[in-house]
Design a protein. Structure first.
Length: 206
């Protein structure tokens, strides 16, 4: 019996030449109105959010990377080939931030994550080499409290032997108490590990 024809889903691709920062904002009135869905990137300082954006968009230097944690103090909006918008959220867990700065940034981040209607998913980046920090766990719990879809990306996978990656993934899932519907991927901005799979996971939210 002939099998029915199944239409293949075309994987989303981003043209690197059509990627750029739109704006940096700290207040809702400064957020861009592009008509596109937004995917936010959350993670502690220096976990690799800028490198992740550059890798996903296939273009170095779109998002500036820095060896100094805590440098991003605004919500940075990046147009990803008019398909969606990446929003780089200020990193958490930077000890040298003053209490007043942490409170100010915390209010800004919370307001964006809970009230932005065009936000459809949050990519939470954690360091694959180490168990999630208390801040990582708090952020995941916060997102799930507000019923936000989460994709966990465990960065710096090139630093871990391939045979040990699943062990580290299991630790992250256990410590975060990840919900079954949320996906997790090991990722390296150097070898682009699991980049196509992550792009496919994002596709349904844009």
């Amino acid at each position: 019996m002939r099998q029915p024809f199944l239409k293949e889903v075309t994987r989303m691709k981003i043209n690197p030449g059509n990627v750029d920062i739109i704006t940096s904002a700290v207040k809702p009135e400064h957020y861009p109105e592009t008509g596109l869905k937004e995917i936010a990137l959350s993670g502690r300082s220096n976990v690799g959010k800028s490198s992740f954006i550059n890798a996903m968009c296939g273009r170095k230097g779109v998002a500036r990377t820095s060896s100094k944690p805590g440098k991003t103090i605004t919500l940075n909006f990046y147009n990803a080939d008019n398909k969606f918008v990446f929003v780089d959220v200020p990193g958490y867990g930077y000890a040298k931030q003053s209490k007043s700065e942490r409170e100010k940034w915390g209010a800004m981040i919370e307001g964006y994550l809970t009230k932005r209607e065009t936000l459809t998913c949050v990519v939470q980046l954690v360091d694959l080499r180490h168990p999630p920090t208390a801040d990582d766990i708090s952020m995941y719990d916060f997102l799930k409290y507000y019923e936000m879809p989460v994709i966990v990306v465990a960065t710096k996978a090139d630093k871990i032997a391939r045979g040990k990656i699943q062990k580290h993934i299991s630790v992250i899932k256990k410590e975060l108490e990840m919900e079954p519907e949320d996906q997790i991927f090991a990722f390296s901005s150097l070898d682009k590990r699991n980049l196509p799979e992550i792009m496919t996971a994002l596709q349904k939210f844009v």
